[in-house]
Design a protein around this ligand. Sequence first.
Ligand code: PRP
Length: 177
Amino acid sequence: MTMTETRQVKELLSRDQIARRVQELGAQIAADYQGKELVLVGVLKGSFLFLADLARAIPGTDVLVDFLGLASYGDATRSSGVVQITADLTKPIEGKHVLVVEDIVDTGLTMEYLLDNLKTRHPASVKLCSLLHKPSRSVKQIPIDYLGFTIPDLFVIGYGLDYAQRYRNLPYIGVLE
Ligand code: PRP
């Protein structure tokens, strides 16, 4: 695909729907972690917009933010389960309450790898917040502690999610037609 090629994008989740759900998730997370320091771990690149909005929906000062880069070897639309950490956390998470922030759990292979990896670092707790879940493609059952939306088996883009690295900047989630 070239930059000049134009494809229709059909909206699946509007900007408003996403914003409302993110506020609800933030309120729930704030209540659950009240009085505790929380480390939000954004999984790059897909989670960058979700994490930015979610962090602002969690009131209080006990929220730290860190990032981790993951790349899965596979083609543009499928995850292979072989995952590489392309950028690691900047600080140890030993003894910390960690909330992994993901854009989508699809087969679950990426999260299985990451959650196992983080647990070896002895955090106080590790939970998962994912904006989207596509249960129809599940290979590994990953418990999602905070879930934005369950979606059908469609290739979704926007709000951080890409097709060949493009469309991440769309303010809504759509499907390429
Ligand atoms: C996407 C997404 C998840 C993973 C989910 O990442 O952000 O990390 O795939 O797939 P799975 O449940 O089938 O393993 P991608 O490799 O596209 O990288 P990106 O976040 O940089 O877009």
